[in-house]
Design a protein around this ligand. Structure first.
Ligand code: GCO
Length: 254
């Protein structure tokens, strides 16, 4: 029987989804039939994104909460589960990028990087997984990076955080796969996102990405959704603890 990529009847919560890759993945999941719950801290941006996506006919809710606050996460997940509906799919996408030389990197900024990428992925996943475990099924997709396994100057804190998310993904699979959950990760290469605007505007960096990436280009926002739909769908039912690189071949070559 052909594998199913159909997400009809499923509800997905995507953190950091008012713009960029998070919004693009929400669009893809909605296109596959899922009801989507968008999240951001900025309620105005979140409302605009939800209205735009709802205008396409998608079932959309907006849930503003701060992924770095355990209380905010707990209240939001409880509200979603009781007032909106069960969360079948979670994408831990919320993230930040702060570049700088390591010797001058501020202590509080390093802690913020870890809090936003690593601790928040744990906090949101723990809150959602408890309900998923009770139902005996659920899909969690963490967002890593090519910098989960590689490094380049000025982004060591980000790479350390994303490396931690990669092994946290494996640890979640170890604990929760026996409970019926699938926990995997997507590791994007260099995509045309807001976080990368300054990099794209730098001719030298832009040239480096185009030469370093076998496909000789940046990824487009609509090129990540397919991996998200796949890992959110029944088609990936026997995949757990996997890091799926969507990077134009970036990590396949030196
Ligand atoms: C950078 C970029 C990267 C990409 C992405 C690559 O400064 O090198 O921001 O972090 O955004 O994470 O996978």
């Amino acid at each position: 029987m052909a594998p199913s990529f159909d997400l009809s009847g499923k509800r997905a919560l995507i953190t950091g989804s008012s713009r960029g890759l998070g919004y693009a993945m929400a669009q893809a999941l909605a296109g596959a039939g899922a009801a989507v719950v968008l999240n951001a801290r900025d309620e105005v941006a979140l409302g605009l994104a939800a209205a735009e996506l709802a205008a396409t006919g998608a079932a959309v809710h907006a849930l503003a909460f701060d992924v770095t606050s355990e209380d905010s996460v707990g209240d939001a997940v409880a509200h979603c589960e009781t007032q909106i509906g069960p969360i079948d799919i979670l994408i831990n996408n919320a993230g930040i990028q702060i570049r700088g030389s390591l010797e001058d990197y501020a202590h509080d900024k390093f802690e913020q990087m870890l809090a936003t990428h690593v601790v928040a992925t744990f906090t949101v996943s723990k809150a959602v997984a408890k309900a998923m475990i009770g139902r005996g099924h659920g899909k969690i997709i963490n967002i890593c990076s090519v910098l989960s396994s590689l490094a380049r100057p000025t982004v060591a804190p980000y790479g350390a955080a994303k490396a931690a998310v990669a092994n946290l993904t494996r640890g979640m699979a170890a604990d929760w796969a026996p409970r019926g959950l699938n926990i995997n990760a997507i590791a994007p290469g260099y995509f045309k996102t807001e976080l990368n605007k300054t990099l794209m505007a730098d001719p030298q960096f832009n040239n480096w990405v185009e030469q370093r990436t076998p496909m000789r280009r940046w990824g487009n926002l609509d090129e990540l959704g397919g991996a998200a739909v796949f890992l959110a769908s029944p088609a990936s039912s026997f995949i757990n603890g996997h890091i799926l690189y969507v990077d134009g071949g970036f990590t396949a070559v030196v």
